[in-house]
Design a protein around this ligand. Structure first.
Ligand code: GRG
Ligand code: ZN
Length: 316
């Protein structure tokens, strides 16, 4: 009997991403226009994983990115919005993926990032309004590493701050004392991995906590008692990959869960089977499948969420 196993709907996903820019009249387009730059990074990385970067008009993308840069060096999520660290990393990742980092004055970007570090605590704010979160430590470290400028920030202080966010269960939260969450764990483990300080992680305890995120339907949740969600196939798996504990997860069951969340008519991947697909869950579903060794996807770098092609070219 023929196998009924679901397959990756590669061409449909390419069409789904291609169509995102044509939906300018939709409510969804307007609700997400403030983070368009993030959306471009997710779509571009999904296409790179699929080996289909040709779908994007490179010069159009670069023109848009350059229009989002501000005089202080930071990037905003769309033209005319306020600059923020989150969009600054996406801009740098997009340009790195397009092999076009030489199109920006990276010294200005470095200045923007380094000015957001608190010299006392080592933490980073996301922007001038001062919200602090381990996401921003990761973003700053990833960005500086891609721009070969880690020496421009206080890495030891940043590591100290991350260690203050470590919990009794081996995980990390958004600020000291906050509950462990897989998204924040990716940020802390990713930052520590980039700066070669995984020696500060309680690897077996954290690896155990992370593999306990797999539920009986194969999907992963982000913390105990929560629902499974395809994006944790990235936040959890990439952390396990950096800790060299990827084999602690049931690969077959997770692959089946991710493939079951595909939209088999319009393409794209949703947070869980039956929900509406979006580009965020599409890229993290594909990146998760790549870590699981699914065929014909480019290898992804668990530290950066960019293909190994890109990080190798950068010498990372
Ligand atoms: C380059 C990949 C990459 C990332 C940049 C922004 C960032 C750095 C990382 C975000 C990490 C993070 C916090 C991810 C979690 C996102 C998410 C699904 C949040 C939902 O949280 P809750 O509490 O959901 O609403 P649960 O699943 O706990 O119910
Ligand atoms: Zn999600």
């Amino acid at each position: 009997m023929a196998s009924t196993k679901p397959q990756l709907l590669r061409n449909l996903h390419v069409e789904f991403i291609r169509s995102l820019d044509n939906k300018k009249d939709s409510l969804e387009y307007h609700l997400t226009s403030h983070l368009k730059l993030n959306g471009v990074y997710w779509g571009l990385t999904a296409l790179d994983l699929l080996g289909r970067l040709d779908v994007f008009e490179k010069e159009d993308v670069i023109t848009f990115i350059l229009a989002c840069q501000h005089s202080n060096g930071g990037f905003s999520g769309n033209v005319g919005h306020d600059p923020h660290l989150l969009y600054t990393l996406s801009a740098v990742q997009i340009l790195a993926t397009l092999d076009s980092l030489d199109r920006i004055d990276s010294a200005r970007v470095v200045d923007f990032v380094k000015n957001l570090q608190d010299p006392e605590s080592g933490a980073f704010c996301g922007d001038i309004y001062g919200e602090v979160d381990t996401r921003f430590v990761y973003v700053a470290i990833s960005c500086m590493s891609i721009l070969s400028s880690l020496d421009q920030i206080d890495v030891d202080k940043a590591v100290e701050y991350i260690n203050r966010c470590k919990n009794f269960d081996g995980g990390y939260g958004s600020v000291p004392g906050a509950e462990s969450h897989s998204g924040q764990i990716f940020c802390c483990v990713g930052a520590l991995s980039i700066v070669n300080r995984l020696d500060t992680v309680d690897i077996d305890k954290l690896g155990w906590w992370l593999c306990e995120r797999q539920l009986s339907n194969g999907g992963l949740n982000g913390r105990p008692e929560k629902k499974e969600d395809v994006c944790y196939s990235w936040w959890v798996l990439s952390s396990l990959a950096m800790l060299d504990r990827l084999h602690w997860i049931d690969h077959e069951k997770l692959i089946e869960f991710i493939l079951g969340a595909q939209d088999d008519e319009a393409g794209g991947i949703a947070d869980r089977p039956g929900d509406m697909a979006d580009v965020f869950h599409t890229v993290f579903g594909l990146a998760g499948l790549s870590l699981l060794g699914y065929p014909d996807l480019k290898p992804v770098d668990p530290r950066y969420c960019m293909t190994r092609d890109v990080t190798k070219r950068l010498g990372l």
